[in-house]
Ligand binder design. Sequence first.
Ligand SMILES: NC(=O)c1ccc[n+]([C@@H]2O[C@H](COP(=O)([O-])OP(=O)(O)OC[C@H]3O[C@@H](n4cnc5c(N)ncnc54)[C@H](OP(=O)(O)O)[C@@H]3O)[C@@H](O)[C@H]2O)c1
Length: 326
Amino acid sequence: MDAFDAYVVDQDGRGLITAGLARRHVHELRSPGVLIRVQYSSLNYKDALAMRGEPGIVKRFPHVPGIDAAGVLADDPTAAPVLVTGHGLGTEVWGGYGDYIRVPDDWIIPIPAGLTARDSMVLGTAGLTAALSVDALLQAGLEPDGGEILVTGATGGVGTLAVALLANLGFTVVAMTRKPAEQTYLRGLGAARVMAPADGDASDKALHRAQWAGVVDTVGGEVLAQVLKAVAYGGAVATCGMAAGTRFQGSVFPFILRGVRLLGIDSVQCPRAVREDLWARLAGPWRPSHLADIERVVDRQGLGPAAMTLLQGARTGRTLVVVTGA
Ligand SMILES: NC(=O)c1ccc[n+]([C@@H]2O[C@H](COP(=O)([O-])OP(=O)(O)OC[C@H]3O[C@@H](n4cnc5c(N)ncnc54)[C@H](OP(=O)(O)O)[C@@H]3O)[C@@H](O)[C@H]2O)c1
């Protein structure tokens, strides 16, 4: 068990980044904690950045990316499967693209009945983030008959799952996507209508026609700036992403004239009780019925091209990474 396979990102003496499968040793998993044999992981936006050695994410080389992992306890493989997402997995400590991870006990969530280890990684960080976003809108008082909810970056991992969760809860969901060819996919997830970013009002007026009761924004940047102007009185925007940029310009008018609330979503440090509650909902009443339509499956050999597609904004749905398998 000492040697294992991992997708390793490294930097050579000239600063060039290399990435690929390599043999590593369990003793290199330096953090203290519980050893887990990883069966499945997933590919998130942050993983694609880590795979190219992004300094804000990779703290030191060599590094094993993978912010999500599901598997079994190495010293008790017959016990119920577990999952880990966020915290420092795949950033501070070696992540789910290795056969083994070692993580602190309080990062580990038992996978609730209703989900397999595989299902839990089709959801992964994207599923938890979508669930946090939907929960934030519910806590802000939004109700299914209160008007349309916009989801931006709708074909992405978080976007796909936000569309599915909101539609399952009975909300009228409008999916904003740059991929017109994915209309059928998005309608299949439950979107009532599909629009392109260019269909929105992009003028520099301080406010647009009040259109959205709520928004799950996975895109940020100029899209978020424009969307905020079109939120209806008392509406709320759950902002969780930055695929189109980290900065946005706007005015205070949506907030002071329409009482709009901007709700920040963080899946990395969110408290354990919140995670357990949301994973139980994802396994139970909120369980998306479309997991098979959403998943694209790769093994670690296929990670490079899959990450490239994701960074080009061309991925649809979620990418399940088979590590050692069940
Ligand atoms: N807050 C948190 O805890 C948290 C957790 C997970 C992810 N995130 C963030 O959420 C975002 C989505 O993550 P993901 O894993 O779902 O990534 P993803 O699968 O790559 O989805 C991002 C989607 O955004 C759209 N998009 C990409 N580039 C764009 C651009 N330049 N302009 C406008 N739209 C663009 C695309 O959808 P369309 O083609 O359909 O428009 C793309 O599929 C990322 O920024 C990620 O860092 C945050």
